[in-house]
Design a protein around this ligand. Structure first.
Ligand SMILES: Cc1cn([C@H]2C[C@H](O)[C@@H](COP(=O)(O)OP(=O)(O)O[C@H]3O[C@H](C)C(=O)[C@H](O)[C@H]3O)O2)c(=O)[nH]c1=O
Length: 181
């Protein structure tokens, strides 16, 4: 497994070692020992999530202001553009974003620590998105930052128009959002 910090170095891209043969392929989608050695600290994943989205569905930018979740995300069908935004007050990269194309084909994974808002847009006809989280779902603590906040300026690598939940249509600007102290 190869681990590469992105431009915001706390966000780490994982590329697994894939064993292909005439039957198909095998790879370890998660190995705690290798993962923790790569990020340099231990984490405890408590929940696995799985969502399916049609083309141009955009989910985000989400975070939990309390019970903040670290997320290890991957795609097992189709392709998405996945984005993390640094919302840690005082961070030198506060308000900056990083993104990566994750697909069933490239088998890439992103580690997005607590302290980031997270979202993705579906690039393929459909995409199935799986992720592990380091804390439990807590809807009362859920917050949403507007996907198109000009102060963040995310390039979603897709023309749209995007399909968003009613909740995500109400996302607030980063300047008005609760952030991590
Ligand atoms: C996130 C979550 C949702 N739900 C229920 C609540 C709703 O009835 C339904 C759909 O929830 P929502 O529209 O919030 O799902 P997403 O828009 O995919 O939300 C996620 O999208 C972005 C990409 C994230 O990073 C977060 O993990 C999460 O906010 O699933 C649960 O029961 N447990 C959960 O952990």
């Amino acid at each position: 497994m190869q681990a590469t910090p992105l431009a915001i170095p706390d966000v780490i891209l994982f590329e697994p070692r894939v064993f292909g043969d005439e039957r198909g392929f095998f790879f370890e989608s998660y190995n705690q020992r290798h993962f923790e050695a790569a990020i340099g600290y231990s984490v405890d994943f408590v929940q696995d999530n799985h969502s399916r989205s049609a083309k141009n569905v955009l989910r985000g930018l989400h975070y939990q202001i309390k019970q903040a979740q670290g997320k290890l995300v991957r795609v097992v069908h189709g392709e998405v553009f996945d984005v993390a935004v640094d919302i840690r007050k005082g961070s030198p990269t506060f308000g900056q974003w990083v993104g990566e194309v994750l697909s069933a084909e490239n088998k890439k994974q992103l580690w997005i620590p607590a302290g980031f808002a997270h979202g993705f847009v579906t690039l393929s006809d459909n995409a199935e998105f799986l992720y592990k989280t380091t804390d439990y779902y807590a809807p009362t603590f859920e917050r949403c930052i507007a996907w198109n906040d000009p102060s963040i300026g995310i390039n979603w690598h897709s023309e749209g128009p995007f399909s968003l939940s009613a909740k995500d249509q109400q996302g607030v600007l980063l300047s008005e959002a609760e952030v991590f102290e």
